[in-house]
Design a protein around this ligand. Structure first.
Ligand code: PMP
Length: 435
């Protein structure tokens, strides 16, 4: 249906305030619910690369990238083309028959994952990938405990939520799986202590689960010896090492997989988000032949009707090929260095606003003195045509996670608009009262 300008403005406004509320509960008055908006789907956001338009044709630079979904930008033509072509052939899996695309994708992933990872199981999302990884670790080790990180994020279904180290998400669903221990992220000693205690009391840790760089927590980069020490410890204590690459994977941090920064081969890797090229939902958990033997012994031990369907696999194969062929990973490392160094320069000049800039590649965290200032920066940027995440629950951090195909010119534009925003903020003294 044709939208009047008034309706369109109202819908966009609703979208934006819902978005703001999502990240800043209570900060903006919740004016209309999505349900009330009714014809919500009529709002079209179209885009290519790192730029998109709203229904009124106003242009934005995407600095959010669907939190790691749009690595190849909005609607990459080669990924869209691959899905369209597949749609003509077989959109959904014929359950009993072996689908060649699943095999092709698994083969491709085996080639590009570190270590001896050779098998993949495909699902629809990140949280399902983590659930599968947990189950595989339990089946293989015949143990049930996990060590994960405080402020780590692994999903919101009950298994992955038990790993997620954020009280605000966990609390409503308590009690969750027990036997899960959270340690400070990046603290190898704390992991070792936990493993030691577990061994002493005859406790049963199946795996250590960590993000290579913490995403949701605000692009937190661990010390350089963290991952190598995790690998060493997991071998010593005979527990599995699971790298949750749902957000860091497929080039986000300037390596194809985050763990490659430290040359570590995990036992199980999870992937999702960008795996589908920003066009189809798909996730995967992947592991070595030795570990996978517990799944191969009974093909029905883990199943998913639409996981790894032909459309999703076609998208993933195209996405990986584009990523490799177009040198996206190397460019991401360079763009990330450029972006981070300029942000650090800005943060140093606005030390009354910023506390830190963290990150690797194009997974970057801007850390603020408080949530309100972080929110004001996000909304100031939005007003200037830059879509960026807000701050949540006293996290005091805004992630900068643009499509990896963002241009240097777009990065410069973002930096300029950020400077304008910060200058404007300095003049609004009310933001600087203590929170
Ligand atoms: N693991 C990590 C590291 C994530 O960042 C996320 C999503 N932010 C998930 C798991 C869950 O993925 P999904 O939202 O697709 O379930």
């Amino acid at each position: 249906a044709e939208l009047s300008k008034h309706d369109a403005e109202w819908l966009i406004d609703t979208t934006v305030s819902n978005f703001a509320n999502y990240y800043n509960s209570g900060f903006i008055e919740y004016r209309k619910s999505v349900a009330e908006a009714g014809d919500f789907a009529a709002v079209e956001w179209t885009g290519r690369g790192a730029t998109f338009k709203d229904v009124l044709g106003r242009e934005y630079i995407d600095c959010l990238g669907g939190f790691g979904l749009f690595n190849l930008g909005w609607t990459h033509p080669k990924v869209v083309g691959a899905v369209q072509a597949q749609l003509q052939k077989s959109p959904l899996p014929t359950q009993e028959l072996l689908d060649p695309l699943r095999g092709m994708l698994a083969h491709l992933l085996a080639e590009i994952t570190p270590g001896d990872i050779q098998y993949s199981f495909f699902v629809g999302s990140g949280t399902e990938a983590v659930e599968g990884a947990m189950k595989l670790a339990k089946l293989y080790t015949r143990k049930s405990g996990f060590i994960a990180a405080v402020r780590g994020f692994h999903g919101k279904t009950t298994g992955s939520l038990a790993l997620t180290g954020k009280a605000i998400f966990r609390r409503p669903a308590l009690p969750l799986h027990n036997n899960i221990y959270h340690v400070p992220y990046g603290d190898a000693e704390a992991v070792e202590q936990q493993l030691q205690v577990a061994r002493e009391v005859g406790n049963d840790i199946a795996a250590v689960v960590m993000e290579p760089v913490q995403g949701e927590a605000g692009a937190i980069v661990p010390p350089d010896d963290f991952w190598p020490r995790l690998r060493q410890m997991c071998d010593e204590y005979e527990v599995l090492l699971i790298a949750d690459e749902v957000q860091t994977g497929i080039g986000r941090t300037g390596k194809l997989w985050g763990v490659e920064h430290w040359n570590v081969a995990p036992d199980i890797i999870t992937s999702a988000k960008a795996l589908g090229g920003g066009v189809m939902p798909i996730g995967a958990f992947m592991s070595t032949p030795k570990i996978w033997s517990v799944l191969n012994s009974n093909p029905f031990i883990h199943t998913s009707t639409t996981g790894g369907n032909p459309l999703a696999c076609a998208a993933a194969i195209a996405a990986i090929n584009v990523t490799l062929e177009e040198g996206i990973v190397e460019q991401t490392a360079e763009k990330g260095d450029y972006f981070i160094s300029h942000l650090k320069d800005i943060a140093a000049r606005y030390s009354d606003i910023y506390t830190d800039i963290t990150g690797k590649g194009l997974l970057i965290g801007q850390h603020f003195v408080n949530d309100d200032i972080g929110y004001a920066v996000a909304s100031g940027l939005f007003k200037r045509g830059v879509l960026i995440s807000g701050t949540l629950n006293n996290s005091r951090v805004i992630r900068v996670e643009p499509p990896l195909v963002i241009t240097y010119q777009e990065i410069d534009t973002i930096l300029n608009r950020l400077e304008d925003t910060l200058q404007e903020l300095r003049t609004s003294a009310s933001l600087f009262v203590a929170d």
